[in-house]
Design a protein around this ligand. Structure first.
Ligand code: DSN
Length: 422
């Protein structure tokens, strides 16, 4: 069956671009650590008739009629999310990770209040209060950093000192470019001392938490978790907010998501979240999460063997950050481009202590969620890392790049993108 039958008949331009993207995703190896391949079931739900429906409000309390099926679907998504993350409450309506963070800030704080979060250059995220973001006009953001960029150890003493001085209302753990586990117990202890809420933005590692491969911040007493539902969690593009046990916080979160900052929830997207959460509750998802870590470790071994400096000294999760400029004399942008040429997609990334620019930094960031979805294991991760190093050393060698491209191609043919996982 041609899944784009009607688009093909009706809109050639969009059809061609869609087919182009589908082919691109199949024929290259995806190493952007925030991307993944969702199941066909998730895509069916996302492309379903639910895109037609308005459903402002929450199950049982909506502002429009005709909600018998939307209520069933949102309730399924909520209950599955709660089970996956051991949460007391879940709001599955945020349209993305940024929307989830904005809602969380407004639910937990008054304007002018302070958030203590990880510095962007040390792995934090734009939505943790970067000066270019709008929330920076509403709340006051202060930072903590790593103590040692070559081990990834967070400077918990500095974190405590800043917390005692600045009296944040929210202490935020979480990152988009950091490869170590956090010491959640220390965050909770410092937050208790200053009377702050603890929030973990686990967008990158949600699937790893759900699959039991890394620690769950709720087990250490965190109040709130915000996340995306794509990335390692392998659901549709979207967001979610989880509350460990406080009913009052949950109520404030719900009111802030709707009507606070959003209108009608995207029910097609919520159905796709429910399907993805159902997949993540299967025993096989635990194996998937564990394999993501094993594959990342296998890549770490190769990069270290070639003396390429890894930020944080390696990885405990799904991603790695390599200082390719310092180690191989190739910039992050050059690395991204040349790897793209051989069929390996990743992203350039600033590194802690960056001496270059955001658009052409020293580092690259890559990870294993998507290649692991294709069924690749340590042997393929090792092979890919070796191909990456060869490519980075062969920037201007067209013959070598051609050979590497063929090897990448062979890997992609041996490990097709699957339609289903369980
Ligand atoms: N863009 C996502 C990432 O790549 O980490 C975070 O928003």
């Amino acid at each position: 069956m041609n899944e784009y039958k009607y688009i093909k008949d009706q809109d050639t331009e969009v059809y061609k671009a869609l087919i182009g993207e589908e082919e691109r995703e199949k024929r290259g190896v995806e190493l952007i650590p925030s991307e993944n391949y969702v199941s066909r079931a998730v895509r069916e739900a996302n492309g379903s008739v639910l895109t037609n429906k308005y459903a402002e409000g929450y199950p049982g309390r909506r502002y429009y009629g005709g909600q018998e099926f939307t209520d069933q679907i949102e309730t399924l998504a909520i209950e599955r999310a709660k089970k996956l993350f051991k949460a007391g409450y879940a709001n599955v309506q945020p349209l993305g990770g940024a929307a989830a963070n904005v809602a969380m800030y407004f639910a937990l704080m008054e304007s002018g209040d302070t958030v203590l979060g990880m510095d962007l250059s040390h792995g934090g995220h734009l939505t943790h209060g970067h000066p270019t973001t709008s929330i920076n006009k509403v709340f006051n953001f202060v930072r903590y950093k790593m103590k040692d960029v070559d081990t990834g150890e967070i400077d918990y003493e500095e974190l405590r000192e800043v917390a005692l001085r600045e009296k944040p209302k929210v202490i935020l753990a979480g990152f988009s470019a950091y490869s170590r586990e956090l010491d959640y117990t220390k965050f909770v202890a410092i937050a208790k001392e200053v009377g702050a809420y603890t929030v973990a933005d686990m967008a990158h590692i949600a699937g790893l938490i759900a699959g039991g491969a890394v620690k769950n911040p709720f087990d250490y007493g965190f109040d709130v978790i915000t996340t995306t539902t794509h990335k390692t969690l392998r659901g549709p593009r979207g967001g979610m907010i989880l509350v460990r046990e406080d009913a009052d916080i949950a109520k404030r979160i719900n009111k802030t998501v709707f009507p606070g900052i959003q209108g009608g929830p995207h029910m097609n997207n919520i159905a796709a979240k429910a399907v993805a959460f159902g997949e993540a509750l299967q025993p096989s998802f635990k194996l998937y999460a564990a394999q993501i870590l094993k594959n990342a470790k296998a890549m770490e071994v190769v990069f270290k063997a070639h003396n390429v400096r890894l930020l944080c000294g390696g990885t405990d999760n799904h991603l790695l950050l390599a200082d390719v400029y310092g180690s191989l004399g190739i910039t992050g942008q050059e690395a991204e481009t040349v790897l793209d040429e051989v069929g390996i997609t990743l992203n350039k990334n600033m590194i802690a202590g960056e001496t270059r620019t955001a658009l052409d930094p020293s580092g690259i960031r890559f990870g294993t969620p998507a290649m692991t979805t294709r069924g690749m294991k340590e042997a393929e991760a090792t092979k890919l890392a070796e191909l990456m190093i060869r490519t980075l050393k062969a920037k201007d060698d067209e013959t070598e790049k051609k050979i590497i491209q063929q090897e990448v191609q062979a890997l992609c043919e041996a490990f097709p993108v699957p339609d289903k996982f369980n």
